[in-house]
Design a binder for this molecule. Structure first.
Ligand SMILES: CC(C)(COP(=O)(O)OP(=O)(O)OC[C@H]1O[C@@H](n2cnc3c(N)ncnc32)[C@H](O)[C@@H]1OP(=O)(O)O)[C@@H](O)C(=O)NCCC(=O)NCCS
Length: 198
């Protein structure tokens, strides 16, 4: 398999793939100054044949653009063996779950998400495509997170909250009311400081 994105985040994703026993052929990255990462070669254009890929780029919009532009890729899903995932969880292709994550019963997680180190997602949450749940974030039960939203480091979201699409929830925020599409939110309690038109 190849990892698309030779970044710091790429190193972490590569180690999940290694833990799962994948044979990593290398990284793909458009930056021609990058030639190796973690002793793997970096190539600068995707191979022409159909290949197994995980996109190892933290930016949610860039992950979506890569998916939209590349139809030949087959996406793998990487679940760290030291994560705790209920057997009643649905996780779609291209998503990576890092070490220490807990995902409880009846959760649904979309495509190309990052469920980052030590985050926790309680029962009945719905996480749409291209979401990033950052390290140590905690979602209570029945939280909805819309497409492309970034939930920052250490964020807490109380149960039953609906967060819109392409939002940014700043590090350490505490979310106690619903958040509209495109909003940037910071603080405790979380306050909207900006809304971007989608
Ligand atoms: C919320 C965030 C996106 C704002 O970034 P930004 O748009 O560049 O905004 P600025 O840094 O200009 O800050 C705007 C205001 O919000 C405040 N602010 C920014 N981030 C904040 C945070 N996390 N909590 C509380 N206040 C915050 C700033 O102090 C500033 O306040 P002021 O106007 O009174 O001076 C960013 O600070 C953040 O928290 N990103 C998440 C990082 C993260 O979790 N990364 C995960 C890595 S795996």
């Amino acid at each position: 398999m190849y990892l698309y994105g030779a970044s710091g985040h790429g190193k972490v994703v590569a180690e999940v793939a290694e833990e799962k026993g994948y044979h990593i052929k290398g990284f793909i990255d458009e930056n021609i100054s990058k030639t190796t990462l973690l002793d793997y070669p970096v190539i600068h254009e995707p191979p022409s044949e159909s290949i197994d890929i995980i996109i190892s780029i933290g930016n949610n919009r860039i992950r979506k653009n890569i998916v939209d532009q590349n139809t030949l890729f087959t996406y793998v899903t990487l679940l760290h063996p030291k994560s705790s995932i209920s057997k009643r969880v649905d996780i779609e292709e291209g998503t990576v779950v890092m070490s220490g994550v807990s995902i409880n019963s009846a959760v649904s997680i979309g495509k190309h998400c990052i469920i980052n180190t030590n985050s926790s997602i309680d029962h009945d949450c719905v996480i749409e495509d291209f979401v990033h749940i950052s390290p140590n974030a905690a979602l209570g039960g029945s939280v909805y997170v819309g497409e492309g939203t970034h939930v920052g480091l250490g964020v807490s979201v109380i149960q039953g909250i609906r967060i819109g699409k392409w939002c940014t929830i700043g590090a350490g925020a505490v979310i106690i009311s619903d958040i509209p599409d495109g909003a940037t939110v910071v603080g405790n309690p979380g306050k909207v400081i900006k809304v971007t038109e989608l």
